[in-house]
Design a protein around this ligand. Structure first.
Ligand SMILES: *[C@@H]1O[C@H](CO)[C@@H](O)[C@H](O)[C@H]1NC(C)=O
Length: 111
């Protein structure tokens, strides 16, 4: 094989290895009544309201799972909130940087 072909093969192999790299799995957070998660879920609802102009009313936190991600932790929060008169379940993902920076809401959707 010519050198270029070998190089190309290596690049392709490396790229596919990177793409197949699975993220760490989500693990349940035990103490979801901890004030930290309550603050976090309020932050997520507030952020959603700010971005969409809606006025979701937080009702309760149902479940929290964590996943190490990008030098920090992703938290997947399952919550109930009222949109006008109807209560719905939502799922928010909030990234918490490991170095103590500001939370980032990376997704917020109906569950
Ligand atoms: C939402 O907007 C209010 C008013 O501008 C601001 O004080 C608050 O920090 C915002 N919340 C989030 C989570 O960005």
């Amino acid at each position: 094989m010519r050198f270029q072909s070998i190089l190309l093969l290596l690049v392709v192999l490396l790229a596919s290895a990177t793409m197949n790299q699975a993220l760490p799995r989500w693990t349940p957070v035990k103490d979801i009544t901890n004030a930290h998660y309550l603050k976090m879920v309020h932050f997520a609802v507030n952020d959603y309201d700010n971005k969409t102009g809606q006025t979701l009313e937080f009702e309760k936190l149902i479940n929290v799972e964590g996943q190490s991600y990008n030098d920090g932790t992703n938290f997947r929060l399952t919550l109930a909130a009222k949109n006008r008169l109807l209560s719905h379940k939502y799922e928010a993902v909030v990234w918490e940087p490991g170095f103590g920076g500001a939370w980032v809401v990376t997704s917020f959707q109906r569950a």
